[in-house]
Design a protein around this ligand. Sequence first.
Ligand code: ASP
Length: 345
Amino acid sequence: MTNRRRFLEKGLLTIPFLSNLNVFGQDSVKKPIVISTWDSGIPVNEAAMTILKEPKGRALDAVEKGANQIEDTINCCVGLGGNPDREGKVTLDACIMDEKMNCGGVAFMENIKHPISVARKVMEDTPHVLLVGEGARQFAIEKGFKAEKDELSDDAKKSYENWLKKSEYKPVKNIELQQNNAFEKRKGPFAPQFLENGDFNHDTMALLALDHSGNISGACTTSGMGFKMRGRVGDSPIIGAGLYVDNEVGACTGSGQGEEVIRIAGAAMVVEFMRQGKSPEMACKLAIERLVKINPKKARDFQVGFIALNKKGQYGSYAVNPGFVFSVTTAPGNGRVIKAKSYFN
Ligand code: ASP
C-alpha cells in the first residue's frame, strides 16, 4: 500500500471521529462541577472548588476536602458536634468512592473528627471496604488521627437534654420544619440545624464532583439520625445505598431516612437509571417513586432526597417530600442553592 493511500485511509477514519467528538462529546461537558446536599453545601462546595479549579485538581481530593469543611463545623447531623445516639454518644458514618471503583467507609466510629479521611485511608491502605466501631477508631489512631474528647457540643447537649424528657425516636421530616418556618428560624445561612425543642433534622453532607480530567468521585459524611439506637448505622457509609460512583456513567448520593434508602440500594439504583439513558433528575425521580411505592402512606412521613451528576456535568435531584435543597458550584464563589422537586407536594 502506498504511503498516500494509507494516509487517506487513516485520515478518513480519524477526521469524522474527531469531529463527532467536538460536536457531540467533549464540548458539551460542563466541568469542573461540585454538587452537594442542603444549603450547608455552599461552603463545602467552595472548599472542594479550591482543588477543582486547578487543571490537575482531582475530584477525589475535592470531595474529601469539602467533607472535611463541614466535619470541622458544628452541625446537628455531621461530625463530632452532631446529635448523639440515645445513650448520649456521637457516632459517625462516612464513605468515599473514586473514579476507579475504589471505595472505603467507616461506621459507628467515635471520637475521630474527620471520618471521611479515615474512610479514604480504609480505601487506600487496607484490602477492606468498611471498618466499624472500635476497629475503625483504632485504625484511625494507628493512621495518625487524634482521638478527640468524649463530650457533646453545647448545642447537642441542649438538644439531647430536651430529647431525654420524652425519649421518643421520631424523625422530623423537612416538610414539617419548612411549614414551621424552621429554615427561617435558623441563626443565619448555613447555621447549624439544632432545633430548640430537641427535634432533629436531616443534614448529612454528601457531595459529588467532576474534575477537569472528566473523573467523578463522591463522599458522604454524617452523625446519622439523632437519638438513634446505639450501634445503628444508616445508608451514609454504605456503598450502593448512600453513595455510588461509576465513572462511565455518573454518581449519586443523598440524605434522609437511611433505612428507606438501604431498602432500595438507592444510589446504585439511580446510577443504573442514568446508565439506561435517563437524565440525573429523572433517574432520581424513578428511584424515589420506587421507594414511595413500597408504602405510600408511610412515605408521607419521612424524607429522602437524592442528588445525581453525570459524565457531562449535568445534575439533578428529587425528594420524597418538599423541603430538600441542594447546592451547585461550577467556579469559586458562584455556588447556588436549588430546591429539589418532590413526589408529594
Ligand atoms: N442518611 C442519614 C442516616 O440515615 C441521615 C440524614 O441524612 O440525615 O443516617
